[in-house]
Design a protein around this ligand. Structure first.
Ligand SMILES: Cc1ncc(COP(=O)(O)O)c(C=O)c1O
Length: 451
């Protein structure tokens, strides 16, 4: 394996995609579903190490996306590879929902220590973020004996039918699927830059309280009586919707609403969790606020498929057989998750905060330089850069964002869009300041070339 520290810059030596990559893209078009939401640029991976991804033509890219916020410990971290291969040599599968092995209680105990939930917890193991959300939805319905949910415009919680009922970040995710499976009502997400309430006093967080009055004064008095609401599902930093952090006032007020009406606060940390924001969980940025149920996936397994729903122990009170999964909590995936958490606690969460601040400062400088950068936001290594036609109008410029994404790729930098006109930065949490400086230099050149 190539040591990640030796290589300092991307290497682009063919046209993109090169001949070998092109053959794979062509075969994919023939045999693979066209429903995947791939960006305009075509990255084909042959191997990856640290923050670098190599394609089948020998081009090497600096990865500031990490397989969409998944490879938290970097690609093929040697400790993760060892944990996976050691475990694979011992026990790959037995079906932990019918039999026992040590891995489930070990990860459950570790999560009990670190998740932002007060008191004892229990965990249910699945294979993806959407499955973790499905678990949370079923659990909230079961426990409260209620059926309605509140979700936010711009949210993304997955594509299975229950999770899809919550999801609302893009029309393409819902088009063609007719009615939503669950009774979900959507409310505006607090967005300080693109204020959904047009109150014009953004900046101090106060106008975002419009979200709270929307729930309390409109929904609860009309379509959605609080005594019928099982859960409010919240991304503390909205991910696919544009990397938008919610202000503390709103997060606290949502907790209070839940307390007042016996509603479950379900916090979706699938993208924002596991050190991505510079703390273990995004909710940790909001002191004193705790969830009832937390969903995790993506970064928890360093690339192995695992989703977890952790809840207060007395909420996870369902009967035997109520919810399970053949592969969920697979020993190999859990071995990877346990090693991932060890590496996160051993320095990567701190690195996310430190290098994230460095990267953000560099992006802020670019914001001063370019009229088309309207907003730079986020915490740790979960940063969003929103592109606009001009700073005064704040009108999103999706076409420019797409051109910049492509121009980055052509220069060997992997970044990905989210929201209407935002570029997300979600690199592996091992990113160094030197890597960040290289990425910033390429980003600047890509913006200049795309105007
Ligand atoms: C916040 C959030 N929740 C849930 C999901 C769904 O996860 P998965 O794609 O693993 O089903 C995602 C995926 O992007 C996500 O960002």
């Amino acid at each position: 394996m190539t040591p990640s520290t030796e290589l300092q810059r991307p290497i682009i030596k063919t046209e993109l995609p090169g001949p070998n990559a092109r053959a794979i893209v062509e075969a994919d078009a023939k045999y693979v579903t066209p429903s995947y939401p791939r960006p305009d640029y075509k990255l084909v991976a042959e191997k990856a190490y640290g923050v670098w991804v190599e394609d089948p033509d020998g081009n090497v890219f600096l990865d500031c996306n990490a397989g969409v916020a998944v490879c938290s410990t970097g690609h093929c971290h040697p400790d993760i590879v060892k944990a996976i291969s050691d475990q694979a040599a011992k026990l790959i599968h037995l079906c932990g929902t019918d039999y026992y092995y040590k891995h489930m209680p070990e990860l459950g105990r570790k999560l009990d220590e670190i998740v932002p939930i007060d008191g004892p917890t229990k965990s249910h193991f699945a294979n993806s973020g959407a499955e973790a959300i499905e678990t949370a939805l079923k659990l909230a319905m079961y426990h409260t004996k209620r059926q309605k949910f509140i979700s936010f415009f711009g949210s993304f919680h997955g594509r299975t039918l229950g999770a899809l009922s919550l999801t609302s970040s893009k029309k393409a995710q819902r088009l063609g699927f007719a009615r939503q499976a669950l009774d979900v009502v959507h409310v505006p997400y607090p967005n300080c830059y693109q204020c959904p309430f047009n109150l014009g006093k953004c900046g101090d967080g106060s106008c975002c309280m419009g979200t709270i009055s929307w729930i309390e004064d409109r929904l609860f008095n009309t379509t959605t009586p609080p005594e019928e609401v099982a859960g409010i599902v919240l991304e503390v930093v909205q991910g696919e919707g544009g990397y938008v952090p919610a202000p503390t006032e709103v997060v606290k007020a949502i907790r209070q609403i839940c307390d007042k009406h016996g509603i479950m606060l379900i916090v979706d940390e699938v993208q924002s969790g596991m050190g991505r924001t510079g703390k273990m969980f995004a909710l940790d940025h909001h002191e004193g606020v705790k969830a009832d149920i937390v969903c995790m996936a993506k970064g928890i397994g360093s690339g192995m498929p695992i989703g977890v729903c952790t809840a207060k122990a007395d909420i996870m009170d369902w009967h035997k057989g109520a919810h399970a999964s053949t592969f969920g909590g697979n020993p190999v995936a859990i071995a990877s998750a346990l090693k991932t958490i060890e590496l996160l606690e051993g320095g990567l969460v701190a690195n996310s905060a430190e290098v994230g601040a460095h990267l953000k400062a560099g992006l802020e400088k670019l914001k001063e330089k370019f009229e088309c950068i309207g907003d730079v936001r986020g915490m740790g290594l979960m940063l969003g850069v929103e592109f606009v036609t001009d700073k005064a109008s704040r009108k999103p410029d999706a076409a420019l964002r797409d051109r910049i994404e492509m121009a980055c790729f052509e220069r060997g930098l992997i970044i990905l869009g989210c929201g209407t006109s935002t570029i997300r930065w979600s690199p592996p949490l091992i990113l160094t300041k030197e890597n960040a400086d290289v990425a910033l230099e390429i980003f600047e050149a890509a913006i200049a070339a795309s105007l």
